[in-house]
Write a protein that binds this ligand. Structure first.
Ligand code: PEP
Ligand code: MN
Length: 274
């Protein structure tokens, strides 16, 4: 049954390569795009230091959450517009464009004033009101896979954005729920080649939320690039030990520099650049 689903993104673009532009950064081209930064913006100094450090190591986009979709309503929900302002300051200082999550379609006018790319989180992958809203805007969208969704459901979610007139969509595999408990989620590494066969949209991998533990992030990042991913979305913090959100899975800026060095050789072996 799934085989008959025809997705808007299954058509090959004229030159066979669909490029998504985040300001002057191209996703889907030869160069692998690494997006890095804290899970959630919590503190100005920490954000600015992390931004400069990931840029120096070779990241091309800065990530940071302002509005969070936490599992519990009692968990820290993000600093909202204060975080957006800090992200804009970090962009100014680092030169990196920013990607940040949108959780509510009514926040779109405000977030669009600051963001260079909108992230739709795993828990909102099937929020059709949100998908249609970002489909009407002209900012690129990072669409994460719902952790309980099939690849075809994920591509159907992308159809909502594409059919609204916005073809600037990057997919992000971030792990799915399985019976395995030794990692936070199970990274479905095969979704990378499967999506490459089914869709013209670029696909990146988030190793952090799948791993759930910083010591597993480097290994799975190497696997993602070897499998053909167009980039990574990695949680990095110059002091992850004090982060309120996802600190355990967030790598240090030193680990990030090491990761970038390791990825260079792998990128080269799959005929990509970093
Ligand atoms: C995140 O990127 O910090 C995040 C909340 O991810 P996900 O939506 O994949 O859980
Ligand atoms: Mn996170």
């Amino acid at each position: 049954m799934n085989n008959v689903v025809k997705h808007s993104s299954s058509l090959k673009s004229k030159n066979g390569q669909h490029i998504v532009r985040i300001r002057d950064v191209e996703v889907g081209a030869k160069r692998i795009v690494i997006m890095a930064g804290p899970c959630t913006v919590e503190d100005r100094e920490n954000l600015l230091m992390t931004a400069i450090s990931v840029r120096e190591a070779g990241a091309l986009v800065l990530r940071g959450g302002a509005y969070k979709t936490r599992t519990s309503p009692r968990s820290f929900q993000g600093l909202g517009e204060t975080a957006l302002r800090l992200l804009a300051e970090a962009r100014e200082q680092s030169g990196l464009p920013i990607v940040t999550e949108i959780t509510d379609h009514t926040d779109l006018p405000l977030i669009a004033k600051y963001a260079d790319m909108l992230q739709i989180g795993s828990r909102n992958m099937q929020n059709t009101v949100l998908l249609k809203a970002v489909g009407r805007c002209r900012l690129p969208v990072l669409l994460k896979r719902g952790f309980s969704n099939t690849i075809d459901e994920w591509l159907s979610a992308a159809d909502y954005i594409l059919d609204g007139g916005n073809d600037q969509v990057v997919l992000c595999e971030r792990g799915i729920r399985t019976f395995e408990t030794s990692t936070r989620f199970s990274l479905d590494i095969l979704s990378v080649p499967v999506v490459k066969r089914k869709s013209r949209l670029p696909i990146i991998v988030d190793p952090s939320h799948a791993a759930g533990n910083r010591d597993l992030v480097i290994a799975v990042s190497r696997a993602a690039i070897a499998a053909g991913a167009d980039g990574l979305l990695v949680e990095v913090n110059c002091n992850p030990y004090e982060a309120k959100v996802d600190g355990k899975q967030t790598i240090t800026t030193e680990q990030f520099s090491d990761l970038m060095r390791q990825l260079k050789a792998i990128a080269c072996s799959v005929k990509r650049e970093l």
